[in-house]
Design a protein around this ligand. Structure first.
Ligand code: AMP
Length: 549
Protein backbone atom coordinates (compact mmCIF):
# COMPACT_ATOMS: atom_id res chain seq x y z
CA UNK A 1 0.00 0.00 0.00
CA UNK A 2 1.41 3.41 -0.95
CA UNK A 3 1.01 6.21 1.53
CA UNK A 4 -1.53 8.95 1.03
CA UNK A 5 0.98 11.65 1.90
CA UNK A 6 1.92 14.53 -0.42
CA UNK A 7 5.34 14.23 -1.95
CA UNK A 8 6.75 17.70 -1.22
CA UNK A 9 10.46 17.74 -1.98
CA UNK A 10 12.75 18.51 0.95
CA UNK A 11 14.57 21.46 -0.57
CA UNK A 12 16.65 24.39 0.68
CA UNK A 13 14.33 27.03 -0.81
CA UNK A 14 11.61 25.79 1.57
CA UNK A 15 13.88 26.51 4.53
CA UNK A 16 14.63 29.97 3.10
CA UNK A 17 10.96 30.79 2.47
CA UNK A 18 10.04 29.62 5.95
CA UNK A 19 12.90 31.43 7.74
CA UNK A 20 12.48 34.70 5.86
CA UNK A 21 8.72 34.92 6.48
CA UNK A 22 7.73 33.06 9.65
CA UNK A 23 11.00 34.09 11.34
CA UNK A 24 11.48 37.29 9.34
CA UNK A 25 12.41 39.36 12.37
CA UNK A 26 15.18 37.02 13.53
CA UNK A 27 18.57 38.41 12.56
CA UNK A 28 22.09 37.66 11.48
CA UNK A 29 24.62 39.88 13.22
CA UNK A 30 28.05 40.27 11.60
CA UNK A 31 30.94 41.40 13.78
CA UNK A 32 33.02 44.18 12.22
CA UNK A 33 35.35 45.22 15.00
CA UNK A 34 33.27 48.42 15.29
CA UNK A 35 29.46 48.69 15.02
CA UNK A 36 28.11 45.21 14.12
CA UNK A 37 26.06 44.85 10.94
CA UNK A 38 22.50 43.56 11.33
CA UNK A 39 20.29 41.89 8.75
CA UNK A 40 16.89 40.33 9.45
CA UNK A 41 15.96 36.99 7.94
CA UNK A 42 13.34 38.85 5.87
CA UNK A 43 16.24 40.85 4.41
CA UNK A 44 18.26 37.65 3.93
CA UNK A 45 15.37 36.31 1.86
CA UNK A 46 15.28 39.41 -0.35
CA UNK A 47 19.08 39.50 -0.73
CA UNK A 48 19.10 35.80 -1.66
CA UNK A 49 16.58 36.50 -4.44
CA UNK A 50 18.69 39.41 -5.72
CA UNK A 51 21.87 37.33 -5.64
CA UNK A 52 20.17 34.50 -7.54
CA UNK A 53 18.99 36.95 -10.23
CA UNK A 54 22.49 38.40 -10.49
CA UNK A 55 24.15 35.00 -10.72
CA UNK A 56 21.74 33.90 -13.43
CA UNK A 57 21.56 37.12 -15.46
CA UNK A 58 25.09 38.55 -15.09
CA UNK A 59 27.22 35.49 -14.41
CA UNK A 60 25.24 33.09 -16.60
CA UNK A 61 24.82 30.45 -13.89
CA UNK A 62 22.46 27.73 -15.08
CA UNK A 63 21.51 24.22 -13.96
CA UNK A 64 23.78 22.65 -11.36
CA UNK A 65 26.80 24.87 -11.98
CA UNK A 66 29.04 25.42 -9.01
CA UNK A 67 29.23 28.76 -7.21
CA UNK A 68 32.09 28.87 -4.74
CA UNK A 69 32.50 31.00 -1.63
CA UNK A 70 35.84 32.20 -0.28
CA UNK A 71 34.44 33.90 2.79
CA UNK A 72 34.39 34.30 6.56
CA UNK A 73 31.22 33.67 8.58
CA UNK A 74 29.06 36.71 7.80
CA UNK A 75 25.68 37.81 6.42
CA UNK A 76 26.75 37.68 2.76
CA UNK A 77 27.97 34.10 3.20
CA UNK A 78 24.60 33.24 4.74
CA UNK A 79 22.81 34.80 1.75
CA UNK A 80 24.95 32.68 -0.59
CA UNK A 81 24.22 29.54 1.49
CA UNK A 82 20.55 29.96 0.60
CA UNK A 83 20.57 31.68 -2.80
CA UNK A 84 22.84 29.23 -4.61
CA UNK A 85 21.10 25.91 -3.77
CA UNK A 86 17.64 27.51 -3.91
CA UNK A 87 18.19 28.49 -7.56
CA UNK A 88 19.24 24.90 -8.29
CA UNK A 89 22.99 25.59 -8.50
CA UNK A 90 25.56 24.03 -6.14
CA UNK A 91 27.23 25.99 -3.34
CA UNK A 92 30.92 25.15 -2.90
CA UNK A 93 32.52 26.39 0.31
CA UNK A 94 36.27 26.82 -0.28
CA UNK A 95 38.55 26.56 2.76
CA UNK A 96 40.46 29.87 2.91
CA UNK A 97 43.16 28.32 5.10
CA UNK A 98 44.39 25.68 2.67
CA UNK A 99 47.61 26.07 0.71
CA UNK A 100 47.01 27.95 -2.57
CA UNK A 101 47.69 24.92 -4.77
CA UNK A 102 45.14 22.89 -2.79
CA UNK A 103 42.50 25.62 -3.15
CA UNK A 104 43.09 25.71 -6.92
CA UNK A 105 42.98 21.91 -7.13
CA UNK A 106 39.64 21.83 -5.31
CA UNK A 107 38.09 24.67 -7.37
CA UNK A 108 39.17 22.96 -10.60
CA UNK A 109 37.99 19.54 -9.45
CA UNK A 110 34.57 20.99 -8.59
CA UNK A 111 34.56 23.02 -11.83
CA UNK A 112 33.60 26.21 -10.00
CA UNK A 113 32.21 28.87 -12.34
CA UNK A 114 31.83 31.79 -9.93
CA UNK A 115 33.69 32.72 -6.74
CA UNK A 116 32.09 34.96 -4.11
CA UNK A 117 34.83 36.52 -1.98
CA UNK A 118 35.09 38.85 1.02
CA UNK A 119 37.13 41.92 0.18
CA UNK A 120 39.38 41.22 3.18
CA UNK A 121 40.40 37.97 1.44
CA UNK A 122 41.30 39.57 -1.91
CA UNK A 123 45.06 39.19 -1.33
CA UNK A 124 44.62 35.46 -0.64
CA UNK A 125 42.36 34.82 -3.62
CA UNK A 126 44.59 36.87 -5.91
CA UNK A 127 47.32 34.26 -5.30
CA UNK A 128 45.22 31.42 -6.73
CA UNK A 129 42.66 32.92 -9.05
CA UNK A 130 44.95 32.58 -12.08
CA UNK A 131 45.08 28.81 -11.51
CA UNK A 132 41.31 28.37 -11.24
CA UNK A 133 40.72 27.27 -14.79
CA UNK A 134 36.91 27.06 -14.86
CA UNK A 135 36.11 30.32 -13.03
CA UNK A 136 34.58 33.09 -15.16
CA UNK A 137 33.25 35.55 -12.54
CA UNK A 138 34.34 36.81 -9.15
CA UNK A 139 31.98 38.80 -6.92
CA UNK A 140 33.62 40.90 -4.19
CA UNK A 141 31.62 41.61 -1.02
CA UNK A 142 32.59 44.57 1.17
CA UNK A 143 34.77 47.62 0.61
CA UNK A 144 38.45 47.35 -0.24
CA UNK A 145 40.51 47.67 -3.37
CA UNK A 146 39.80 44.86 -5.88
CA UNK A 147 42.76 45.94 -8.09
CA UNK A 148 45.11 43.06 -7.10
CA UNK A 149 42.34 40.59 -7.92
CA UNK A 150 41.49 42.26 -11.22
CA UNK A 151 45.17 42.18 -12.18
CA UNK A 152 45.58 38.51 -11.21
CA UNK A 153 42.29 37.43 -12.80
CA UNK A 154 43.20 38.51 -16.34
CA UNK A 155 40.74 38.83 -19.24
CA UNK A 156 39.13 35.43 -18.72
CA UNK A 157 37.45 36.46 -15.46
CA UNK A 158 35.07 39.37 -14.80
CA UNK A 159 35.29 40.94 -11.35
CA UNK A 160 32.03 42.41 -9.96
CA UNK A 161 31.13 44.22 -6.80
CA UNK A 162 28.44 42.55 -4.66
CA UNK A 163 26.38 45.70 -3.94
CA UNK A 164 26.48 46.97 -7.52
CA UNK A 165 25.65 43.53 -8.87
CA UNK A 166 22.62 43.05 -6.60
CA UNK A 167 21.40 46.63 -6.73
CA UNK A 168 17.95 47.11 -8.31
CA UNK A 169 17.28 43.42 -8.93
CA UNK A 170 13.91 41.89 -7.96
CA UNK A 171 13.72 40.80 -4.35
CA UNK A 172 11.68 37.72 -5.05
CA UNK A 173 12.70 34.71 -7.17
CA UNK A 174 10.64 31.88 -8.47
CA UNK A 175 12.72 29.11 -6.85
CA UNK A 176 12.33 26.07 -8.98
CA UNK A 177 11.36 22.66 -7.69
CA UNK A 178 14.43 20.45 -7.48
CA UNK A 179 14.96 16.73 -7.15
CA UNK A 180 15.66 16.51 -3.42
CA UNK A 181 18.43 13.99 -4.10
CA UNK A 182 20.39 16.44 -6.26
CA UNK A 183 23.49 18.16 -4.92
CA UNK A 184 22.90 21.41 -3.01
CA UNK A 185 26.35 22.01 -1.53
CA UNK A 186 29.89 20.74 -1.83
CA UNK A 187 32.60 20.54 0.79
CA UNK A 188 36.07 19.01 0.44
CA UNK A 189 37.74 17.15 3.30
CA UNK A 190 40.97 18.60 4.51
CA UNK A 191 42.57 15.15 3.90
CA UNK A 192 45.99 14.75 5.50
CA UNK A 193 47.13 12.32 2.80
CA UNK A 194 46.49 12.52 -0.94
CA UNK A 195 44.26 15.09 -2.59
CA UNK A 196 41.21 16.50 -0.80
CA UNK A 197 37.99 14.61 -1.49
CA UNK A 198 34.62 16.17 -2.25
CA UNK A 199 31.38 15.44 -0.44
CA UNK A 200 28.17 16.59 -2.17
CA UNK A 201 25.28 17.16 0.24
CA UNK A 202 21.78 16.85 -1.20
CA UNK A 203 18.79 19.11 -0.52
CA UNK A 204 17.25 16.17 1.29
CA UNK A 205 20.31 15.43 3.45
CA UNK A 206 20.63 19.09 4.48
CA UNK A 207 16.92 19.30 5.28
CA UNK A 208 16.97 16.15 7.42
CA UNK A 209 20.24 17.18 9.06
CA UNK A 210 18.73 20.59 9.95
CA UNK A 211 15.84 18.84 11.66
CA UNK A 212 18.29 16.80 13.70
CA UNK A 213 20.34 19.88 14.67
CA UNK A 214 17.14 21.40 16.09
CA UNK A 215 16.13 18.41 18.24
CA UNK A 216 16.96 18.38 21.95
CA UNK A 217 19.15 15.32 21.23
CA UNK A 218 21.11 17.46 18.74
CA UNK A 219 21.95 21.11 19.40
CA UNK A 220 18.37 21.95 20.39
CA UNK A 221 18.19 25.14 18.28
CA UNK A 222 14.94 27.08 18.63
CA UNK A 223 13.47 30.53 17.99
CA UNK A 224 14.63 31.93 21.34
CA UNK A 225 18.25 31.05 20.64
CA UNK A 226 21.03 33.37 19.53
CA UNK A 227 23.72 31.17 18.03
CA UNK A 228 27.35 32.22 17.91
CA UNK A 229 28.60 30.21 14.92
CA UNK A 230 32.38 30.30 15.28
CA UNK A 231 32.98 27.04 13.41
CA UNK A 232 33.78 28.23 9.88
CA UNK A 233 31.15 28.07 7.16
CA UNK A 234 33.89 26.54 4.98
CA UNK A 235 34.34 23.65 7.41
CA UNK A 236 31.60 21.00 7.28
CA UNK A 237 28.89 23.63 6.65
CA UNK A 238 29.50 25.28 10.02
CA UNK A 239 28.04 22.12 11.57
CA UNK A 240 24.72 22.82 9.87
CA UNK A 241 24.05 25.89 12.07
CA UNK A 242 23.19 28.33 9.23
CA UNK A 243 20.51 26.08 7.73
CA UNK A 244 19.18 25.07 11.15
CA UNK A 245 18.97 28.76 12.11
CA UNK A 246 16.47 29.65 9.37
CA UNK A 247 14.75 26.32 9.95
CA UNK A 248 14.12 27.12 13.62
CA UNK A 249 14.16 30.91 13.77
CA UNK A 250 17.33 31.06 15.90
CA UNK A 251 19.29 34.26 15.28
CA UNK A 252 22.93 34.01 14.22
CA UNK A 253 25.96 35.91 15.46
CA UNK A 254 28.78 35.71 12.93
CA UNK A 255 32.36 36.54 13.95
CA UNK A 256 33.64 37.30 10.42
CA UNK A 257 37.45 37.41 10.74
CA UNK A 258 37.48 38.19 14.49
CA UNK A 259 38.28 34.78 15.93
CA UNK A 260 40.55 35.69 18.83
CA UNK A 261 39.40 35.34 22.45
CA UNK A 262 39.04 39.11 23.11
CA UNK A 263 36.56 39.86 20.28
CA UNK A 264 34.66 36.64 20.99
CA UNK A 265 34.29 37.79 24.60
CA UNK A 266 33.05 41.17 23.31
CA UNK A 267 30.48 39.41 21.10
CA UNK A 268 29.25 37.46 24.13
CA UNK A 269 28.89 40.66 26.17
CA UNK A 270 27.21 42.67 23.38
CA UNK A 271 25.08 40.10 21.57
CA UNK A 272 24.08 37.68 24.35
CA UNK A 273 24.43 34.36 22.52
CA UNK A 274 22.65 31.43 24.14
CA UNK A 275 24.57 28.77 22.24
CA UNK A 276 27.92 28.61 20.45
CA UNK A 277 29.90 26.08 18.43
CA UNK A 278 33.66 25.74 17.89
CA UNK A 279 36.66 23.39 18.08
CA UNK A 280 38.47 22.89 21.43
CA UNK A 281 41.35 25.25 20.52
CA UNK A 282 39.00 28.24 20.37
CA UNK A 283 37.43 27.35 23.72
CA UNK A 284 40.84 26.82 25.26
CA UNK A 285 41.86 30.36 24.27
CA UNK A 286 38.56 31.79 25.46
CA UNK A 287 38.87 30.00 28.79
CA UNK A 288 42.25 31.64 29.47
CA UNK A 289 40.67 35.00 28.61
CA UNK A 290 37.61 34.45 30.81
CA UNK A 291 39.85 33.41 33.70
CA UNK A 292 41.68 36.72 33.59
CA UNK A 293 38.96 39.22 32.56
CA UNK A 294 35.56 40.21 33.85
CA UNK A 295 33.12 38.95 31.19
CA UNK A 296 29.36 38.55 31.61
CA UNK A 297 28.71 35.14 30.07
CA UNK A 298 25.33 34.63 31.75
CA UNK A 299 23.41 34.41 28.43
CA UNK A 300 25.56 31.53 27.20
CA UNK A 301 23.89 28.36 28.44
CA UNK A 302 25.69 25.85 26.23
CA UNK A 303 28.70 25.60 23.98
CA UNK A 304 29.12 22.73 21.55
CA UNK A 305 32.65 21.40 21.23
CA UNK A 306 33.64 19.06 18.42
CA UNK A 307 36.08 18.54 15.59
CA UNK A 308 38.65 17.09 18.00
CA UNK A 309 38.35 15.32 21.34
CA UNK A 310 37.28 17.73 24.07
CA UNK A 311 39.52 17.34 27.15
CA UNK A 312 37.35 16.71 30.26
CA UNK A 313 39.40 19.37 32.08
CA UNK A 314 38.12 21.99 29.62
CA UNK A 315 34.52 20.90 30.20
CA UNK A 316 34.87 21.13 33.97
CA UNK A 317 36.65 24.50 33.83
CA UNK A 318 33.87 26.10 31.75
CA UNK A 319 31.11 24.66 33.84
CA UNK A 320 32.58 25.10 37.29
CA UNK A 321 34.35 28.44 36.83
CA UNK A 322 31.99 30.15 34.35
CA UNK A 323 28.64 28.35 34.56
CA UNK A 324 28.71 27.39 30.84
CA UNK A 325 27.69 23.86 29.94
CA UNK A 326 30.02 22.22 27.42
CA UNK A 327 28.43 19.64 25.13
CA UNK A 328 30.80 17.29 23.34
CA UNK A 329 29.87 16.23 19.80
CA UNK A 330 31.46 14.15 17.06
CA UNK A 331 31.15 14.35 13.30
CA UNK A 332 32.94 14.57 9.99
CA UNK A 333 32.66 16.46 6.72
CA UNK A 334 31.38 13.11 5.41
CA UNK A 335 28.53 13.05 7.99
CA UNK A 336 27.12 16.56 7.28
CA UNK A 337 28.66 16.70 10.02
CA UNK A 338 26.44 15.83 12.98
CA UNK A 339 27.20 12.24 13.99
CA UNK A 340 26.71 12.10 17.75
CA UNK A 341 26.09 14.45 20.67
CA UNK A 342 27.03 13.67 24.26
CA UNK A 343 23.89 14.33 26.24
CA UNK A 344 23.50 11.94 29.17
CA UNK A 345 20.55 9.53 29.21
CA UNK A 346 17.51 9.96 31.44
CA UNK A 347 18.28 9.17 35.05
CA UNK A 348 22.04 9.76 34.89
CA UNK A 349 23.34 12.28 37.40
CA UNK A 350 26.54 13.30 39.15
CA UNK A 351 29.66 11.39 38.15
CA UNK A 352 27.58 9.00 36.07
CA UNK A 353 26.29 11.88 33.90
CA UNK A 354 29.82 13.24 33.50
CA UNK A 355 31.03 9.86 32.27
CA UNK A 356 28.47 10.07 29.45
CA UNK A 357 29.40 13.65 28.70
CA UNK A 358 33.10 12.77 28.23
CA UNK A 359 32.16 10.37 25.40
CA UNK A 360 31.79 11.50 21.79
CA UNK A 361 28.05 11.06 22.30
CA UNK A 362 24.99 9.11 21.34
CA UNK A 363 23.97 8.57 17.73
CA UNK A 364 20.58 9.96 16.70
CA UNK A 365 17.91 7.95 14.85
CA UNK A 366 19.33 9.11 11.51
CA UNK A 367 22.78 7.62 12.09
CA UNK A 368 23.60 3.95 12.54
CA UNK A 369 26.97 3.08 14.02
CA UNK A 370 29.01 -0.09 14.38
CA UNK A 371 32.51 -1.06 15.49
CA UNK A 372 34.56 -3.27 13.19
CA UNK A 373 37.66 -5.35 13.96
CA UNK A 374 40.89 -5.70 11.93
CA UNK A 375 39.41 -8.49 9.73
CA UNK A 376 36.33 -6.40 8.91
CA UNK A 377 34.32 -8.38 11.46
CA UNK A 378 31.60 -6.42 13.27
CA UNK A 379 32.35 -6.31 17.02
CA UNK A 380 29.74 -6.22 19.81
CA UNK A 381 28.36 -2.89 20.97
CA UNK A 382 29.39 -3.69 24.52
CA UNK A 383 31.29 -0.55 25.45
CA UNK A 384 34.59 -2.43 25.65
CA UNK A 385 35.37 -4.00 22.23
CA UNK A 386 37.71 -1.61 20.43
CA UNK A 387 37.73 -1.24 16.64
CA UNK A 388 37.12 1.17 13.78
CA UNK A 389 33.88 3.17 13.90
CA UNK A 390 31.66 2.83 10.82
CA UNK A 391 28.47 4.81 10.23
CA UNK A 392 25.67 5.07 7.69
CA UNK A 393 22.51 7.10 7.30
CA UNK A 394 20.62 9.61 5.14
CA UNK A 395 23.08 12.45 5.83
CA UNK A 396 26.24 10.31 5.56
CA UNK A 397 28.03 10.32 2.20
CA UNK A 398 28.20 7.04 0.31
CA UNK A 399 31.14 8.00 -1.95
CA UNK A 400 33.29 10.97 -2.96
CA UNK A 401 32.62 13.39 -5.80
CA UNK A 402 33.92 12.08 -9.10
CA UNK A 403 34.21 8.45 -7.96
CA UNK A 404 32.03 6.07 -9.95
CA UNK A 405 32.10 3.54 -7.14
CA UNK A 406 32.82 4.03 -3.44
CA UNK A 407 36.55 4.11 -2.61
CA UNK A 408 37.24 0.79 -0.81
CA UNK A 409 39.58 2.44 1.67
CA UNK A 410 36.76 4.64 2.97
CA UNK A 411 33.59 2.63 2.37
CA UNK A 412 32.66 -0.97 3.14
CA UNK A 413 29.35 -2.71 2.38
CA UNK A 414 27.39 0.54 2.41
CA UNK A 415 29.11 1.88 5.56
CA UNK A 416 31.48 4.85 5.85
CA UNK A 417 34.78 3.88 7.45
CA UNK A 418 35.49 6.84 9.72
CA UNK A 419 39.16 6.10 10.45
CA UNK A 420 38.29 6.70 14.11
CA UNK A 421 38.96 3.98 16.67
CA UNK A 422 36.91 3.37 19.78
CA UNK A 423 33.98 1.58 21.39
CA UNK A 424 30.20 1.65 21.12
CA UNK A 425 28.03 1.07 24.19
CA UNK A 426 24.78 -0.93 24.11
CA UNK A 427 22.88 2.37 24.52
CA UNK A 428 24.55 3.96 21.49
CA UNK A 429 27.35 6.07 23.01
CA UNK A 430 30.58 6.30 21.02
CA UNK A 431 33.87 6.64 22.87
CA UNK A 432 36.83 7.36 20.61
CA UNK A 433 40.32 6.54 21.71
CA UNK A 434 42.13 7.80 18.63
CA UNK A 435 42.35 8.23 14.89
CA UNK A 436 43.43 4.85 13.46
CA UNK A 437 46.62 6.48 12.16
CA UNK A 438 47.44 8.15 15.50
CA UNK A 439 47.09 5.11 17.77
CA UNK A 440 50.50 4.32 19.29
CA UNK A 441 51.43 0.68 18.82
CA UNK A 442 53.82 -0.17 21.61
CA UNK A 443 55.03 -3.78 21.75
CA UNK A 444 51.77 -5.14 20.33
CA UNK A 445 49.63 -3.09 22.76
CA UNK A 446 47.75 0.06 21.78
CA UNK A 447 48.17 3.36 23.57
CA UNK A 448 45.56 6.06 23.05
CA UNK A 449 47.27 9.37 22.31
CA UNK A 450 44.02 11.20 23.14
CA UNK A 451 43.80 9.62 26.59
CA UNK A 452 47.34 10.79 27.41
CA UNK A 453 46.57 14.28 26.05
CA UNK A 454 43.36 14.57 28.08
CA UNK A 455 45.15 13.46 31.24
CA UNK A 456 48.01 15.92 30.66
CA UNK A 457 45.67 18.82 29.91
CA UNK A 458 44.15 18.32 33.37
CA UNK A 459 47.46 19.61 34.85
CA UNK A 460 47.05 23.26 35.86
CA UNK A 461 50.33 24.31 34.16
CA UNK A 462 49.56 22.61 30.82
CA UNK A 463 47.72 24.69 28.21
CA UNK A 464 47.86 22.11 25.42
CA UNK A 465 49.35 18.65 25.04
CA UNK A 466 49.88 16.72 21.83
CA UNK A 467 51.06 13.11 22.00
CA UNK A 468 52.35 11.18 18.97
CA UNK A 469 53.91 7.78 18.41
CA UNK A 470 57.62 7.82 17.49
CA UNK A 471 59.84 4.92 16.42
CA UNK A 472 61.42 2.98 19.25
CA UNK A 473 63.99 0.21 18.85
CA UNK A 474 62.62 -1.99 21.60
CA UNK A 475 58.85 -1.45 21.42
CA UNK A 476 58.33 -0.47 17.78
CA UNK A 477 56.66 2.76 18.83
CA UNK A 478 56.49 4.81 22.03
CA UNK A 479 54.63 8.00 22.92
CA UNK A 480 56.32 11.39 22.65
CA UNK A 481 54.55 14.03 24.78
CA UNK A 482 54.80 17.61 23.55
CA UNK A 483 53.35 20.23 25.89
CA UNK A 484 52.60 23.94 25.82
CA UNK A 485 53.04 25.37 29.31
CA UNK A 486 51.21 28.27 30.92
CA UNK A 487 53.30 31.43 30.88
CA UNK A 488 55.88 31.43 33.66
CA UNK A 489 55.21 27.77 34.63
CA UNK A 490 58.33 25.81 35.53
CA UNK A 491 56.94 22.30 35.70
CA UNK A 492 59.36 19.63 34.40
CA UNK A 493 58.99 16.37 32.49
CA UNK A 494 59.44 14.18 35.56
CA UNK A 495 56.76 16.06 37.48
CA UNK A 496 54.34 15.80 34.54
CA UNK A 497 54.98 12.09 34.25
CA UNK A 498 54.34 11.62 37.99
CA UNK A 499 51.08 13.51 37.49
CA UNK A 500 50.11 11.26 34.57
CA UNK A 501 50.92 8.15 36.61
CA UNK A 502 47.86 8.84 38.78
CA UNK A 503 45.47 8.19 35.88
CA UNK A 504 47.38 6.24 33.22
CA UNK A 505 48.80 2.69 33.25
CA UNK A 506 52.55 2.68 34.00
CA UNK A 507 53.61 1.03 30.73
CA UNK A 508 51.89 3.82 28.78
CA UNK A 509 53.83 6.66 30.46
CA UNK A 510 55.98 8.50 27.88
CA UNK A 511 59.77 8.55 28.16
CA UNK A 512 60.16 11.35 25.62
CA UNK A 513 59.06 14.89 26.45
CA UNK A 514 59.35 18.24 24.70
CA UNK A 515 58.11 21.69 25.66
CA UNK A 516 56.88 23.60 22.59
CA UNK A 517 55.53 27.13 22.02
CA UNK A 518 52.31 26.03 20.28
CA UNK A 519 50.84 22.81 18.91
CA UNK A 520 50.82 23.03 15.09
CA UNK A 521 47.24 23.08 13.77
CA UNK A 522 45.58 22.04 10.51
CA UNK A 523 43.50 24.39 8.34
CA UNK A 524 40.45 23.54 10.45
CA UNK A 525 42.11 23.93 13.85
CA UNK A 526 42.94 20.32 14.71
CA UNK A 527 46.30 19.18 16.13
CA UNK A 528 48.54 18.49 13.15
CA UNK A 529 50.26 15.33 14.36
CA UNK A 530 51.96 14.79 11.02
CA UNK A 531 53.94 18.01 11.55
CA UNK A 532 54.88 17.04 15.13
CA UNK A 533 56.12 13.62 13.95
CA UNK A 534 58.20 15.11 11.16
CA UNK A 535 59.67 17.80 13.46
CA UNK A 536 60.76 15.02 15.78
CA UNK A 537 62.18 12.95 12.90
CA UNK A 538 64.17 15.94 11.63
CA UNK A 539 65.58 16.61 15.11
CA UNK A 540 63.65 19.89 15.31
CA UNK A 541 62.42 19.30 18.87
CA UNK A 542 64.41 19.62 22.08
CA UNK A 543 63.53 16.25 23.59
CA UNK A 544 64.16 15.31 27.19
CA UNK A 545 64.33 11.53 27.65
CA UNK A 546 63.42 10.07 31.05
CA UNK A 547 64.36 6.56 32.10
CA UNK A 548 61.65 3.96 31.40
CA UNK A 549 59.00 4.14 34.14
P1 AMP B 1 36.59 16.80 9.49
O1 AMP B 1 35.94 16.08 8.40
O2 AMP B 1 37.71 17.68 9.08
O3 AMP B 1 35.62 17.54 10.36
O4 AMP B 1 37.26 15.72 10.45
C1 AMP B 1 36.53 14.66 11.01
C2 AMP B 1 37.36 13.99 12.07
O5 AMP B 1 37.55 14.87 13.19
C3 AMP B 1 36.73 12.76 12.67
O6 AMP B 1 36.88 11.63 11.85
C4 AMP B 1 37.49 12.65 13.98
O7 AMP B 1 38.76 12.06 13.81
C5 AMP B 1 37.70 14.09 14.37
N1 AMP B 1 36.69 14.47 15.35
C6 AMP B 1 35.58 15.19 15.17
N2 AMP B 1 34.91 15.36 16.32
C7 AMP B 1 35.61 14.70 17.28
C8 AMP B 1 35.44 14.47 18.68
N3 AMP B 1 34.44 14.98 19.36
N4 AMP B 1 36.38 13.70 19.32
C9 AMP B 1 37.42 13.19 18.66
N5 AMP B 1 37.64 13.38 17.34
C10 AMP B 1 36.76 14.12 16.66
Amino acid sequence: MRSTMMDAPLQISRILDHGSTVHGTAEVVTWTGAEPRRMTYAEVGRAAARLAHALRDECGVTGDERVATFMWNNAEHLVAYFAVPSMGAVLHTLNIRLFPDQVAYIANHAEDRVVLVDSTLIPLLAKVIGDMTTVRHVVVAGGGDPAPLVAAAGDRISVHHWDALLDGRPDTYDWREVDERDAAALCYTSGTTGNPKGVAYSHRSIYLHSLQVCTPEGFGLGPTDRTLAIVPMFHAMSWGLPYAALFSGASLIMPDRFLQAAPIAEMIIAEHPTLAGAVPTIWNDLLAYLDSHEVDTSSLAEVIVGGSACPPALMHAFEERHGIRVIHAWGMTETSPLGSVARPPAGASGEDAWRYRYTQGRVPAGVEARIVGPLAEPLPADGTSVGELEVRGPWVTGRYVGDETPDEEKFRDGWLRTGDVGTLSPDGYITLTDRAKDVIKSGGEWISSVELENALMAHPDVVEACVVGVPDERWGERPLATVVLREGAGVGAQELRDFLAASVARWQLPERWAVIDAVPKTSVGKFDKKVVRSRYAEGGLEVRELAAP
